[in-house]
Design a binder for this molecule. Sequence first.
Ligand SMILES: [Ca+2]
Length: 526
Amino acid sequence: MKRRLFVLTVVAALPVAALLVPMAANAVPAAGGGPKAASTCAAVPVSAPQGTEVEKVTAVANAGGTISFPSAPPLPDHPPLAGVPAWCDITVTVTHPGAADKVTIKVSLPRDKEVWNGRFQATGGSAYLAGELLYPLVAGVKGGYATAATDAGVGADPLDPSSWADNPQLVKNFASRSMHDLAVVGKSVTKNFYSKAQFWSYWNGCSTGGRQGYSEAQNYPADFNGILAKAPAIDWTRFAVGTAWSQAVFNEYEVKPSPCELEAFNTAAVKACDTLDGVRDGIVDVPQNCEWDARELVGAEVVCDGRTITVTKAVADAVTRIWAGPKSYPGPNKGASLAFLATPGKPFFVADAWAKFFVTRNPGYDLSKINFKTFDKLYAASVEQYDAVIGTDDADLWKFAASGGKLLTWHGQSDQLIPTDATVRYRERVNKIFGGNRTVDHFYRLFLVPGVDHCGTSGPTISDTDALAALTKWVERGTEPKTLPAAGTSPTGVSVSHPVCSYPDVARWTGKGSVTAAANYRCVRA
Ligand SMILES: [Ca+2]
């Protein structure tokens, strides 16, 4: 009993950590060699977009070496980074006249120009956080990047947006403006620090950071040469209510299944569909094609916390509805943990804060009490009030494509927080505008990663090193990424290594040779 409770506590703590994945940025090796005279670490002249005023610029020199990071809950702890070169932090405070805001933009730059890899990288945030101002910057510096992040003027609490939700200027910062400021200011600092006018610029973010990357492609298409936007929280106004769908389902079906009982449905679905892809590894490579019916579990006995539960038809029907999602937003894939978006009486924290502080502006609003009717009302209100502000669902990427930008996205097929099909749906809308995959693939590549959860905290994932290397080759040498390598441990403990194919293809084992050798896979249409 105690052990079980411990496990559930850890699982319950995961949604926060999962949304707050550090965006480590150490990837492409520096072009230069040995130590050279360090650049002077001092304030530099800074340009900002029209409507943004620079208030203050400060510089702090750092010696490098092994860098430790203080614990800053609820963000996950970061391990120390060794071998960090000496760097300079240039912090720029900006404001938007009339907004009475104070936005911090921090740029961390390797002091030695020869250590700098000639690239600027802006990093994104998580949940209601616009960016982390320490770890990702140092990780980027270690990789040779001039690396930047912003707090958007909304503070540093990823869980609680109540202090800024009712301020339209700060919402605008969080939604779109701060990323453009970050791009313009960050590139200006980089240019003046190294006295170099031309260099490559990249975005790197997951979850909220992924949405921020799409916001840049949609709203400021010339800001970045390459955008790495992982598990993106795009179509935000639907995401932030659609992820509360399970609460309405539980109330309508009058059921309160435990996380353990709900996971029994995933276990059964994965078991039934595992070998559709030819490899028994606890991963269904295309869960969208898994036709296992939740009603097959009706009458089955599940042991949870030492108690035997007989699965009822009402619970099975509820699970079917949760997987299906509401009318206009997808549900999570079969195999994605339901402990996060589907705990009876405990709404997903992003949706909870969104409903309370943004849509209803009623901190007492109880999202756990919704039914189908009130869900529809809340959903419509979210879209109506905020789609133009933070929707990030504009599929017309013509300007981004015309500017030569490259957008690379991967999304785990077992994402338990942002349904994978939300990204697929957006991609299909882009395809429709541009006439299909063949055209879109020249500027936008999507990779659906089998068995991987939100931002790749578990499962055989694609590393940032590999994703950034592929994006860099695409941007700087014109090599379109057709596959990306994924490696890690499957949910059943199997060591997995396989390529991931560019959407809509999937990697299929040829049936011969090792299942962990990329050469034994072919990209086929799912
Ligand atoms: Ca399999």
